[in-house]
Design a protein around this ligand. Structure first.
Ligand SMILES: Cc1ncc(COP(=O)(O)O)c(C=O)c1O
Length: 385
């Protein structure tokens, strides 16, 4: 009944777990939600006001597929200030959320049989998009022993002339791992040697607790072969607004804009205008949010390490923890289900992020300290009696 390609499309199970949790809530159960990856803060007032003003000013019409010129110019200014990279507006694309910057470039660049190296455990949409495009998904393990970075030797062994693209994500979902400069340098060298594109997912670029975020696009030979993906969603608590942006070579941007034209035309006009305010207005709310995330990170890491059978690294970025649960003797899915059904805490099995996520579960700490502490005490009671 459906096209064959649909059998190759994956999904994001966080939404399924949310539905399961909501069903339990409908039956009267109290659930602490640590499954969904979205800031629990409201979008800052200046951004909300900018959107309302933009509606009244008439930003309610069709615009260019790549994004409105003032928005693209603002993103050029932002990338220059924030990442030290000079782009021109014809190298910038805006999209409804960051997600299309995974799916559409893969459709544009990956042919049948082309290899794409991607993080595993990793954001599930990478594998889904590669398979859907007919590419060969080549997982690269981000391991606990390496602080949730990958082993360069493994990348060296996997990259070859058939590799069309390498996807990296730092800070990372689901582990909170952050790649080091030495990792980026070596990936860049290998990408140049093997003539491949790097899709660098930097949607958590501002949610980082140690050091500064650096993009691979700044390494020699990388600017034109990197698709730099960022979004307003996590940085400005704007998940529901759907606004993402990316920088890339002019050639790729042209094809990307054509895909935009075919799928959704462009990101919502007044949302793009509000997005300029987000990037160029006061940043104090972002700083505040990151400080609160850091406090929660420490609470959840300490709490999980105090539960029998759990051991949890202290991630350097994003708002997730990825504790190792192998000592409990249970499988990831089994323990995630048990924690939801018996303790009323929604979390995700590590396997939602690929097969190498077995042995782990993911908690999002984008929730209040009070709820995090409640979740920890429920899980401790469940595991220790
Ligand atoms: C690593 C990563 N990339 C991209 C996205 C997509 O973000 P958006 O909501 O802007 O589409 C997410 C969202 O969870 C993510 O975790």
């Amino acid at each position: 009944m459906f096209a064959e390609r649909m059998s190759r499309l994956g999904t994001e199970t966080a939404f399924e777990v949310l539905a399961k949790a909501r069903k339990l809530e409908a039956q009267g159960r109290n659930i602490v939600h640590l499954e969904i990856g979205e800031p629990d803060f409201d979008t800052p007032d200046n951004i909300r006001k900018a959107a309302v003003d933009a509606i009244w000013a008439g930003d309610t019409h069709y615009g260019p597929s790549a994004g409105m010129m003032p928005a693209r110019e603002a993103i050029c200014r932002y990338f220059e200030k924030d990442r030290g990279l000079k782009y021109t507006p014809d190298q910038i694309i805006l999209t409804p959320g960051g997600k299309p910057i995974i799916f559409l470039p893969i459709l544009a660049l990956v042919d049948h049989g082309d290899e794409v190296i991607y993080p595993n455990p990793g954001y599930p949409i990478y594998e889904s998009a590669i398979n859907f495009a007919g590419g060969k998904a080549v997982p690269l393990a981000y391991t606990e022993e390496r602080d949730f970075r990958f082993d360069i030797a493994e990348l060296e062994a996997k990259i070859n002339p058939n590799t069309r693209m390498v996807i990296i994500n730092s800070p990372q979902n689901p582990t909170g791992g952050v790649l080091e400069d030495s990792d980026l340098k070596r990936i860049a060298e290998l990408a140049v040697e093997n003539d491949c594109i790097v899709l660098s997912d930097e949607v958590y670029s501002k949610i980082i607790y140690e050091g500064e975020h650096r993009t691979i696009a700044t390494y020699p030979g990388m600017k034109d072969r990197t698709i730099l993906l960022d979004a307003h969603s996590k940085t400005y608590a704007m998940t529901g607004w759907r606004l993402g942006y990316a920088a890339m070579s002019t050639e790729i941007a042209e094809r990307f804009a054509k895909l935009n034209t075919n799928v959704y035309s462009h990101a919502t006009s007044f949302v793009q205008t509000a997005g300029i305010e987000a990037l160029e207005g006061p940043q104090d709310k972002v700083v505040e949010m990151v400080a609160i995330f850091k406090e929660r990170r420490d609470a959840i890491v300490d709490g999980l390490n105090d539960i029998k059978g759990f051991s949890c690294l202290r991630p350097k970025g994003a708002f997730y923890v990825f504790p190792n649960i192998t000592e409990t003797g249970m499988k990831s899915q089994e323990i995630a289900d048990k924690i939801l059904n018996e303790a009323g805490v929604a979390c995700l099995s590590g396997t939602c992020f690929g097969s190498f996520g077995e042995g782990f579960i993911r908690f999002s700490y984008a929730n209040s300290l009070e709820n995090i502490n409640e979740a920890l005490s429920r899980i401790k009671k469940l595991m220790e009696g």
